[in-house]
Design a protein around this ligand. Structure first.
Ligand code: MRU
Length: 366
């Protein structure tokens, strides 16, 4: 996507052919800075500290991390060690494991001296695939937006609510939930996006940054506003992303997604999840019971993050000293609440075991 007239992906190989560069998302939306990662430890920390974030991008970053690790030591031992280090960075997004498993499966079967080249090539393939997948998701989602607009009485505008950031910053390019929105905007549809702030890490600020940079009309709202908007007919559909979707269609996504889906169901607002197939974990059925939910530091809850008068980024405390704070980063929306469906690179499927069986029928997923 273009920022200040220049095309960027969220991650790319440095000129030295060994390190990678990323857009540092801990600085956004205040500062646009590029961070270079040259060691596997730096890559692991960047995932853990959310310099990169969003399930698909986490997976791609881990694949590059494995390549960087191979550059130092391409032994089986180092493959296993690097796998563990990267896998333990964040527990919920399944794309991380998916990408690492794919790396290991491809690297262990080839002669050791071919592993460096293979690992970089594979990371590049995974990154490029992500871009293609997100584009296709966008075109399927666009058709759905057009269909809903067609049924509306007031065809002058379509209001879409999204939660967290599932745009190009969360992927390599385009995004999942925002890809259909970008395509609708480019197709000349008057789209307006309600952007959930998404406390405590304020991923809504990232979504607002993206949409603003691309001229898509949007309004940032506090996380509790969506239900009210839906009751007043101000939301035509919701689209969110996912960090892990189960074999029966339960959707794990950023904390607060579940409450939006409940409100959407109560107000007959179609609720969609946009996802690349690597976000599906076919080994898991009941998302509530089986998906590990990341718990992050309570300081992310007790403090707000922003930029001060001196243009410095800092965390500001908002609660009494010593207050116990809970910070569950994700929740699970049961399949029954995904009333619109799952928008994938293979088409749109019902969020159910049957829908996911249809998705896999006759295909060899990577
Ligand atoms: O904690 P984050 O910012 O990594 O969480 C990101 C999300 O929950 C996204 O909505 C999800 O990864 C889908 S991204 C295409």
């Amino acid at each position: 996507m273009k920022i200040n007239g220049k095309y960027y992906r969220t991650i790319w190989l440095s000129n030295d052919g060994r390190s990678i560069e990323i857009i540092d998302q801990t600085k956004l939306p205040f500062k646009f800075e590029i961070l270079r990662l040259s060691t596997i430890e730096e890559v692991a920390n960047a995932i853990k500290n959310m310099n990169v974030r969003g399930a698909p991008l986490i997976g791609v970053t881990a694949a590059y991390g494995m390549a960087i690790a191979m550059h130092t030591d391409y032994s089986d031992r180092n493959i296993d060690k690097s796998y563990k280090l990267l896998l333990n960075t964040r527990p919920t997004a399944i794309n991380l494991k998916w990408a690492l498993d794919r790396c290991v499966a491809n690297l262990k079967v080839i002669p050791k001296d071919q592993r460096v080249n293979k690992a970089y090539a594979l990371a590049e393939i995974i990154a490029n695939e992500d871009v293609e997948i997100c584009q296709v998701i966008g075109s399927y989602g666009l058709k759905e937006i057009e269909r809903i607009l067609e049924k509306k009485q007031d065809k002058s505008i379509i209001n879409i609510l999204t939660h967290c950031n599932a745009g190009w910053l969360a992927t390599v390019d385009w995004g999942t939930a925002l890809s259909p929105i970008y395509m609708a905007h480019e197709a000349g549809i008057n789209v307006h996006v309600w952007v959930d702030e998404t406390r405590p890490r304020n991923q809504g600020g990232l979504t607002a940054f993206e949409l603003g940079a691309h001229g898509v009309p949007h309004t940032l709202i506090a996380d509790n506003i969506g239900g009210h908007l839906m009751q007043h007919g101000l939301v035509d559909l919701c689209i969110v992303g996912t960090d892990r979707t189960t074999a029966r269609g339960d959707v794990c996504n950023k904390i607060g997604t579940y409450l939006k889906a409940l409100a959407a169901k109560d107000n007959n607002v179609p609720f969609y999840v946009a996802l690349p197939s690597p976000s599906i974990d076919f080994t898991v059925h009941n998302g509530i019971k089986e998906i590990p939910i990341e718990e992050r530091s309570g300081e992310e809850q007790s403090h707000v993050y922003g930029i001060d008068k001196n243009n410095e980024l800092s965390w500001v405390n908002t609660v009494p000293k010593g207050t116990e704070c809970g910070n569950y980063a994700f929740d699970v929306t049961p399949a029954e609440l995904i009333t619109g469906g799952l928008i994938t690179e293979y088409g749109i499927y019902e969020a159910s075991e049957r829908g996911l069986n249809q998705l896999t029928a006759g295909k060899k997923l990577k």
